[in-house]
Write a protein that binds this ligand. Structure first.
Ligand code: AMP
Ligand code: ZN
Length: 467
């Protein structure tokens, strides 16, 4: 099944057409690690996690990269204030981020590169840009000359005619009204030595935008399929990434741009001064359920604003409990009969609705509705004695398939496969389908090594813990 997805570049919902199907290569702009990430950040990261899982569900193979921005004005200031250096300061924040990602059931990315480990790649890209006439030096810093690239402004629909050529900006973040030549390499002789790198064009440090161009192209190629981030990154960050990459290579950079709308708190923009600023960690420490936070985020379509409130979180818990109690009831089914036509029909209807929802611009609220309909149908079939033990197993298996995308449907007190185990499980199933039995066997043995035993039954492969 194909995925129709909104593309910011064209402004339309269009079929995602990967360069080398079935592989989809995707990049998500990751966190700036000077603090814990807030629930707004996680709205974007959960949306891209579901996108990745949905792609896999629809038959694609995904290579996913998320960067870590670990060189930046605030990081350097805070590290200096704490009398440490970049690594000393950012390491605990990176660990905290990974902990929050796991709490939000976001799968680890295939690559999680840090900007500071990719300075040579950035320097090389700046040299390519210079060789192709896209840069100039002013006061020791290097700037991208936006007038040198006719397509500048296409992603953000900028009125290029209104831009004053030759004015420049040193900040990494600025408004669309102030579109200017932006900095690629900053001369910062007043900053600590540990925040400076040597380069053929003089010591300094990279601007924010160049890091994502350099790292995405390193891991995914000069042209790749999908690039994701929050809507606030469309301008200037993603516009500038396109300029740097296309300016440097002369090739198209990204085919499909995926942008996630913002999260509001009590219908207002989140801000520290308003006191409505929440970190995932604080909410979890206060006893709120991470699966309910994830559920709340999935209840809105990614292109609509989602509102966070404690009342909404309460509704999310109730909705989740409805699904979880159904899953817990399934083992009560009795009878050795086959799966009844009623159960078969309910499952077929749910699967179709679920897949159609995901394929239609990642419509997670509709996908959740398909799950709730299956729960309603399943509950009444249970009451009417139409669910045999094999019917219950089929219902459970369906919820498990849906949960590989949504990752909130199974009660969390239940055992589940870790992402690593799940990847091995999926690899074995795929290899078997392709009749690559040796690979399948290797995956099965690796799982056994992790204490997961597989059992192939007429109804599919089951797993249990054991040695
Ligand atoms: P930052 O660390 O500020 O670069 O943000 C990391 C990611 O979170 C980016 O993709 C931002 O667009 C996204 N983001 C920041 N604030 C929000 C918000 N309130 N709602 C949704 N996404 C956000
Ligand atoms: Zn980025």
């Amino acid at each position: 099944m194909t995925l129709r997805l909104h593309n910011t570049l064209s402004g339309a919902v269009e079929e995602l057409k990967p360069l080398s199907p079935p592989e989809v290569r995707m990049y998500t702009c990751g966190p700036t690690v000077y603090n814990r990430a807030h629930i707004g950040n996680f709205r974007t990261f959960v949306a891209t996690d579901v996108l990745r899982r949905a792609l896999r569900h629809l038959g694609y193979k995904v290579t996913s990269v998320m960067n870590v921005t670990d060189v930046e004005d605030r990081i350097i200031k805070f590290a200096a204030d704490a009398a440490t250096d970049i690594k000393g300061f950012t390491e605990p924040w990176i660990a905290a981020f990974e902990q929050d990602m796991a709490a939000m059931r976001i799968e680890p990315h295939d690559h999680f590169p840090r900007a500071t480990a990719h300075i040579p790649e950035m320097v090389a890209l700046i040299e390519r840009l210079t060789a192709r006439g896209h840069t100039y030096t002013a006061d020791g810093s290097i700037y991208f000359r936006i007038a040198s690239l006719p397509e500048y402004g296409r992603l953000s629909r900028l009125d290029v005619a209104g831009i004053q050529a030759g004015t420049r900006v040193d900040n990494d973040r600025y408004e669309k009204e102030n579109a200017r030549d932006f900095v690629l390499w900053k001369l910062k002789s007043d900053e600590p030595k540990w925040a400076q790198w040597d380069a053929p064009f003089g010591p300094g440090r990279p601007g924010w935008h160049i890091e994502c161009s350099a790292m995405s192209m390193k891991y995914l190629g000069e042209t790749f399929d999908l690039h994701a981030g929050g809507v606030d990154l469309i301008f200037p960050h993603h516009e500038n990434e396109i300029a740097q990459s296309q300016g440097g290579t002369g090739k198209p950079f990204v085919r499909h741009w995926f942008h996630v709308e913002h999260l509001l708190v009590d219908n207002e923009t989140m801000s520290k001064s308003k006191g409505n600023f929440y970190m995932v960690r604080d909410l979890v420490d206060q006893g709120h359920r991470p699966d309910a936070i994830r559920y709340l985020l999935l209840q809105a379509h990614y292109r609509k604003k989602v509102n966070f409130s404690f009342e909404g979180l309460g509704h999310a818990v109730a909705a989740l409990e409805r699904i979880h109690s159904f899953v817990r009831r399934l083992p009560d089914a009795s009878g050795d009969g086959p799966v009844t036509p009623e159960v078969e029909a309910a499952i077929a209807k749910a699967k179709q609705a679920f897949d159609e929802a995901l394929s239609d611009d990642l419509n997670t609220p509709e996908a959740l509705a398909a799950v709730h309909n299956l729960v309603s149908d399943g509950n009444s079939l249970l009451v009417n004695g139409l669910v045999s033990r094999s019917g219950a197993a089929a219902l459970r298996a369906t919820i498990e398939v849906f949960d590989r995308v949504l990752a909130v449907l199974l009660p969390s007190d239940e055992d589940r496969l870790s992402p690593e185990e799940q990847a091995l499980f999926d690899e074995r199933q795929d290899s078997r389908k392709r009749r690559e039995f040796q690979r399948a066997d290797e995956a099965r043995k690796k799982l056994e090594g992790l204490g997961v035993i597989l059992e192939d039954t007429p109804k599919g492969t089951r797993w249990r813990r054991g040695r």
